[in-house]
Design a protein around this ligand. Structure first.
Ligand SMILES: [Zn+2]
Length: 542
């Protein structure tokens, strides 16, 4: 092989025409129209995060304007002007980096030179990157030129922070917002490069890179550069995860599942595994937050993420969306966001991560208080209060007396024998009756526990079925404290160390239905209400 100087992918595959631009069709379409119809502005502003194609778009526009065959929407790439612009040595296209040329002198020089006609091209084009970094004095000097630009001058500004650009400048620019590039498009582009370079890139690997690049094409290309250096011509998903310390998408999904189902030990175990295998904790945290954000978007509009996540993840999103309400999801995002902030400066990031997980699971349990309040609200809002006697009770709240509230099947529960034979110990129905017998008669836990049915034992999981209509009640029952109590009672009743798992199942009568059929008693006697009154030290006004 001959010795050629190595060119990084980002440079080698830098887009050369509007059609090469990845994921910015809305921008290239408008610019192409402007060039084709010769309706050009004096100044353009490209806004967007780093590495998504702002300067590439600026150079393509410059070539379109100055190509010997132009102005054209398809610059030839071969004439002197095109080649010089591509090589960055055109006398007529002056690139200024706002971050390093902050001084007023640079802008003064610019202002003086603006007057001279272009050397070869049609226009003198100033591309100012990170324009928001210019000093105030430099901005003001620039403004003078912008107010009365000579006809042969075009300005193209790029910025990651448009809020910091003076309004007087903004108002003189035609603004384009470039977007983060959807992961699927980045993955596609990586496969295109891999094809040209004769690299075998697993689809899952391309997707892992795309995800890690967070919408930035340049970052994705640099990552591919590194991977080729490390792994040669065959790149698997594992290579990507190992080289960059990323966690696989499936692990993020699993971790979130444990959190949503309040499975603290499993969640912490998984975190430890990741930490021990050298995964980047910050990265995992940001992946987890990104997943929560996806979940939020999914709840609002299930098909909005089609371009960003693959089919498997879509399925997990659908399942997880069922487990959490939007307001709690927002709380979780806040909590993990705050934890991410704390982790940034902390030497022991894993510790902060653990605390965040435990807090999150706890708060998912605590949020049930809101539901109690909500139910109280429903009662106060007149579903029961105005009609004093003999009316059906509002949905989700059952009458007080356990003897009437208890479904028939559990009528004998209080007298269940305490024998511990192996056979009955494995009969879920019998075990559950013993558990019920141990739960104090007047209490939230009892009321809620009576709405579920034992449906089996699966390994170390004691499965409790509930009506799909009772989801909100089950969320209360599945809170950390309630689960812990139930699991302790299960151990007492059967001797086995089981976790309780709640499963929605058709055919189990819902509490709402059962309650509606029963005569109402004073709603103040309802254990749910009593619990709420105790919790909030409240009084009921009627
Ligand atoms: Zn040309």
């Amino acid at each position: 092989m001959e010795c050629v100087s190595y060119e990084v992918f980002a440079r080698k595959y830098r887009p050369q025409t509007f059609d090469d631009l990845v994921g910015q069709a809305h921008v290239s379409r408008t610019l192409k129209n402007a060039v084709a119809q010769n309706r050009l502005a004096h100044a353009y502003l490209f806004v967007g995060p780093r590495g998504i194609g702002k300067t590439s778009t600026a150079r393509i526009l410059a070539k379109s304007l100055n190509c010997a065959k132009g102005p054209t929407i398809t610059p030839c790439g071969k004439c002197d002007n095109c080649r010089e612009i591509t090589g960055g040595n055109s006398l007529d296209v002056i690139e200024i980096d706002g971050a390093s040329n902050r001084g007023i002198d640079d802008v003064r020089e610019l202002r003086d030179n603006v007057r001279y006609a272009p050397a070869k091209g049609r226009y003198k084009i100033y591309i100012i990157d990170e324009v928001h970094m210019l000093t105030k004095e430099a901005f003001n000097a620039l403004l003078k030129t912008l107010e009365e630009p000579p006809p042969h001058v075009k300005f193209i500004f790029a910025t990651t922070e448009p809020d910091k650009v003076l309004p007087t400048i903004l108002s003189r620019c035609q603004r384009f917002d470039l977007h983060r590039i959807p992961a699927n498009l980045i993955a596609q582009h990586l496969q295109f490069i891999a094809g040209k370079e004769k690299i075998t890139l697993e689809p899952a690997a391309a997707h892992a890179i795309a995800r890690g690049a967070e919408g930035g094409l340049r970052d994705a290309e640099s990552m591919l550069d590194q991977l080729v250096a490390f792994c040669g011509e065959k790149i698997s998903e594992n290579d990507v995860l190992n080289v960059f310390g990323f966690t696989s998408e499936q692990t993020v999904v699993d971790l979130m599942g444990h959190i949503l189902r309040a499975e603290t030990p499993e969640a912490i175990d998984l975190l430890h595994q990741q930490s021990e295998s050298g995964k980047d904790m910050m990265r995992l945290m940001s992946d987890l937050i990104a997943y929560l954000r996806d979940l939020l978007v999914f709840k609002a509009k299930p098909d909005a993420l089609k371009e960003d996540v693959d089919a498997e993840v879509q399925k997990s999103l659908a399942a997880h969306a069922e487990l959490i309400a939007t307001d709690r999801l927002l709380e979780l995002i806040d909590q993990f966001g705050a934890a991410e902030g704390r982790m940034k400066w902390a030497p022991n990031k894993k510790l902060h991560f653990e605390v965040a997980i435990i807090k999150a699971i706890q708060s998912l349990g605590q949020a049930t208080l809101d539901e109690v309040i909500e139910k109280l609200g429903e009662l106060r809002d007149g579903k029961i209060v105005p009609q004093k006697e003999s009316v059906p009770v509002a949905a989700g709240v059952s009458p007080a007396s356990p003897s009437t509230a208890a479904p028939k099947a559990f009528g004998a529960a209080t007298k269940a024998p305490r024998v511990q034979e192996q056979a009955t110990a494995l009969d879920p129905e019998k075990i559950w009756q013993r558990v019920l017998a141990r739960i104090p008669a007047k209490g939230l836990l009892r009321t809620l526990s009576e709405s579920v049915r034992p449906i089996g034992i699966d390994g170390r999981n004691f499965l409790l079925g509930h009506s799909p209509d009772d989801r909100s009640e089950i969320e209360v029952l599945a809170s950390v404290n309630n689960r812990r109590q139930l699991e302790a009672l299960l151990k007492e009743a059967s001797g086995c160390d089981c976790s309780v798992k709640f499963v929605a199942k058709d055919g189990i009568p819902s509490r709402a239905g059962a309650d509606a059929a029963k005569p109402a008693e004073s709603f103040k006697d309802n254990p749910l209400i009593q619990e709420a009154i105790e919790l909030f030290n409240a009084q009921i006004k009627s």
